[in-house]
Design a protein around this ligand. Structure first.
Ligand SMILES: N[C@@H](CCC(=O)N[C@@H](CS)C(=O)NCC(=O)O)C(=O)O
Ligand SMILES: [Fe+2]
Length: 361
């Protein structure tokens, strides 16, 4: 079975696509965004997948790719078009190349026009294709910078994308209206730039008059993406927005919470503050509580956060780990940085045999 997820970066309206093979657990990630690598890596981990590669549809002009950063975290190979001019990739792709993940494959089609090195990735059974900034939903990528070429784009769309079956679903690299998917058949019919009887001259005229402002990040993104997202300087390599906290062994969840396991808390129990956010009767009830825990019920936490020390990490605890996850959000809003949730709460803590004060056996 195919595992498929469409992920969104709100800053640049970019879509990142995760494709995995459920039998082998192998996966690829199309167009990761630098700032979202931690999120995407958490999802890959939670789905039990092994990331083989990140695939670029092109050298992006509006955001920095997460390819290099994802490689640091997961060992994934960086793949990009040979004609992109990008340096530092592990594999340079050309027309008809095949990228295998488990029993599934993506086929490479060169679709230049937005840039000279734009690729479309087509799934083995032609059920879906990832068009990058060539064909967008009822639109197309712009052709006015990088190696933009309206005639090349017209040919790419007509000869490579519209040649796919009508029911092939098309997933673009961006949508600025929040639309998520289209199909070959509907774009052939309804794309206002490229569908129906529209000729190359019509398309070129349309594109010449798009009148779009240049992307805000153009001057930063293009050079960085020509290095596959590797920061330029040694210092820059330390500025990893996904750098994990070092005060304990934590895990970032796709839900957006830093989690600590009972074993990790046991190792760090001395220097951290344990914050129990249950109600007082639960704190003294049958589950007991962790030695040294401070009790502030979740409903009082926003007002009473000042009672906690700012210079020591905080681990939030509740019955099953959900109220305490919300506590970490409240604490972060109150300016605490080193905060984690005890995964599974008191139930897991006790189930794994860690000691409690009070409570019943
Ligand atoms: N305002 C956006 C512009 C984004 C932009 O120009 N996107 C390119 C893709 S890299 C495009 O082709 N846009 C087509 C469109 O906006 O219709 C930004 O600053 O990043
Ligand atoms: Fe682009």
């Amino acid at each position: 079975m195919l595992i498929f997820r469409q992920l969104f970066d709100p800053q640049s309206s970019t879509y990142t696509y995760l494709l995995g093979d459920s039998a082998s657990h192998q996966a690829v990630l199309i167009d990761p965004v630098f700032e979202q690598v931690r999120r995407d890596a958490a999802l890959i981990d939670e789905l039990g997948l092994k990331l083989l590669a990140t695939l670029e549809t092109h050298v992006h002009a509006d955001h920095v790719t997460g390819a290099w950063l994802m490689k640091q975290r997961t060992g994934s190979k960086i793949m990009v078009a040979k004609s992109s001019g990008a340096k530092g990739a592990d594999r340079y792709l050309v027309q008809d190349d095949v990228i295998a993940f488990g029993g599934r494959r993506l086929l490479v089609r060169a679709t230049p026009g937005h840039t000279g090195g734009c690729l479309t990735y087509v799934l083995d059974d032609n059920s879906m294709a990832f068009t990058g900034d060539c064909l967008l939903i009822r639109g197309s990528g712009r052709t006015d910078f990088q190696e933009g070429d309206a005639a090349a784009m017209y040919r790419s769309v007509r000869e490579q994308i519209f040649a796919l079956p009508n029911d092939c679903l098309l997933y673009p690299a961006h949508d600025y209206r929040g639309l998520t998917v289209t199909s070959v058949g509907e774009e052939r019919r309804y794309n206002p730039r490229l569908g129906g009887d529209i000729a190359l001259g019509d398309f070129a005229g349309y594109m010449k008059n798009l009148r779009l402002a240049h992307p805000k990040l153009l001057d930063v993104a293009v050079p960085a993406n020509l290095r596959c997202g590797r920061p330029e300087s040694k210092e820059g390599q330390g500025t990893d927005p996904a750098a994990d906290p070092t005060w304990a062994h934590l895990r970032y969840s796709f839900a957006g919470v830093w989690e600590i396991d009972p074993h990790g808390l046991e190792e760090h129990q001395r220097p951290v503050q344990i914050l129990d956010v249950r109600e007082p009767d639960e704190f003294t009830g049958p589950l007991g509580h962790i030695e040294g825990a401070v009790l502030i019920p979740l409903g009082e936490l926003a007002e009473r956060a000042g009672e906690l020390a700012k210079d020591r990490p905080i681990v939030a605890v509740c019955r099953a780990g959900s109220r305490s996850a919300q506590a970490t959000t409240i604490l972060q809003q109150a300016g605490f940085t080193d905060v984690a949730n005890l995964n599974g709460g008191m139930l897991r803590w006790r189930a794994e045999g860690y000691p409690v004060e009070g409570g019943s056996a």
